[in-house]
Design a protein around this ligand. Structure first.
Ligand code: SAH
Length: 386
């Protein structure tokens, strides 16, 4: 995030429409970016029969294979040309760091234009999750989040998003994570960026994840979590999309006064309309929504705020439509302050009391485990500082 070319970090006044910087080259076109018609056109451009693209798709999505040398059903003399046209290298690993006995792996990737993003693969006994980035940097400027401090560099393409998932799936399949070969089951959009501010590419990526092979990765939509600051018009658009992904809304405060500070987009979309949009999503998708709430000592963790959060959520829904996920605040280097107070993690007692108050109001609540803490791979710590 130190590239002098990048736009300066936005101040608190956020534009409603966050356009990517103009006049830049786009990431190379990749199979994962193509619609069915575009695939046919790509085959024609290469002078290959249409089924050739299907063969490549079978390798990439079905077998998680990206090395043309192993695609022996492609004609040997054209293999490299086909692969470089359809599977250009999008993510160049700069560094991999491990924690939790190797079951948490963070990778720093360099994109074609030098932009840096990170993804984190986490293996648990019963599942494996990849946390992906959707933008290089982020324009949302939440003061407690490491990524938010550097501003937005650019949106990522569908294929740049998908390739992080394919990489994680292939690491699992090839037994690179302790525990033997396994399957990547979950994707969370909780890496760098605000996925709803890169809506088209993110939805394209989700469609590829859920499409059965060879058109996609054949993952279950319910195992994909889209986490957002709450761009209300985009939540509504997602509701109409009809893809039953899990929606997570980063609320962090139940009152506008504090949320305006913690999640600056709240100056445009207030708590009530954000929670209402989340409820509409739950109602239509029949999927329980997650409310993310980073626990910050003496800032948003007072017992009265737990009660208020309970009331704000209980204003909607006649079923158990919402789940609160408390995230013990992860330290970031930037150490920004709010009203003279440094952001630190809540005391355990305060967290327990917060849970108790919410549960007393009938709201299921959990405290998230903080994987990858020591390699700065936990929530909100992803900031490519090379
Ligand atoms: N832009 C999306 C994804 C961000 S990362 C969003 O805001 O939802 C996923 C979660 O981590 C968000 O809830 C985010 O608010 C939270 N987060 C950010 N910084 C954090 C920190 N320092 N400690 C704990 N959680 C943090």
């Amino acid at each position: 995030m130190t590239d002098p070319q990048v736009e300066p970090a936005p101040t608190r006044a956020l534009p409603l429409v966050i356009a990517p910087p103009r006049g830049r080259q786009k990431p190379p076109r990749h199979l994962a970016d193509l619609s069915a018609e575009e695939r046919a056109a790509a085959a024609a451009e290469l002078g290959e029969p249409a089924f050739r693209v299907k063969q490549v798709a079978h390798h990439y999505f079905g077998r998680l294979e990206r090395d043309p040398a192993n695609m022996t059903d492609l004609p040997a003399k054209n293999r490299d040309a086909i692969a470089s046209a359809l599977l250009p290298k999008l993510l160049d690993p700069v560094r991999t760091m491990e924690a939790d006995q190797g079951t948490t792996r963070k990778t720093l990737w360099r994109l074609f234009d030098g932009a840096l993003v990170e993804s984190v693969l986490m293996r648990y006994p019963e599942r494996a999750t990849i946390c992906v980035s959707s933008q290089a940097g982020c324009a949302m400027a939440c003061p407690f989040c490491a990524t938010g401090q550097g501003g937005l560099q650019r949106n990522m393409s569908t294929a740049e998003i998908i390739d992080q998932v394919v990489d994680g799936a292939s690491a699992m399949a090839n037994g690179l994570v302790p525990g033997g070969p396994g399957r990547l089951s979950n994707v969370v959009f909780m890496g760098m960026g605000e996925p709803m501010a890169n809506y088209k590419a993110v939805i394209g990526a989700i469609r590829r994840m859920v499409a059965p092979a060879p058109d996609g990765l054949g993952m279950s939509a319910r195992n994909i979590t889209l986490s957002t600051v709450g761009l209300v018009p985009r939540i509504k658009q997602l509701t109409d999309e009809g893809i039953p992904v899990t929606l997570a809304v980063s609320l962090h405060a139940p009152d506008d006064e504090l949320r305006d500070e913690l999640v600056p987009i709240n100056t445009h979309f207030k708590v009530a309309e954000t929670v209402e949009a989340a409820w509409e999503y739950a109602k239509k998708s029949k999927r329980r929504v997650s409310i993310e709430y980073a626990m910050m000592r003496d800032i948003n963790d007072q017992a009265w705020r737990a009660d208020l959060l309970g009331d704000v959520l209980n204003a909607y829904g006649d079923w158990n439509w919402v789940h609160v996920n408390l995230i013990p605040l992860n330290p970031t280097d930037s150490g920004p302050m709010l009203n003279g107070q440094v952001f630190t993690r809540s005391r355990s007692d305060d967290m327990r009391e917060f849970v108790r108050r919410l549960e007393a109001k009938g709201i299921s609540t959990t405290i998230r485990d903080t994987r990858g803490d020591e390699i700065n791979a936990a929530c909100g710590q992803l900031a490519a500082t090379e």
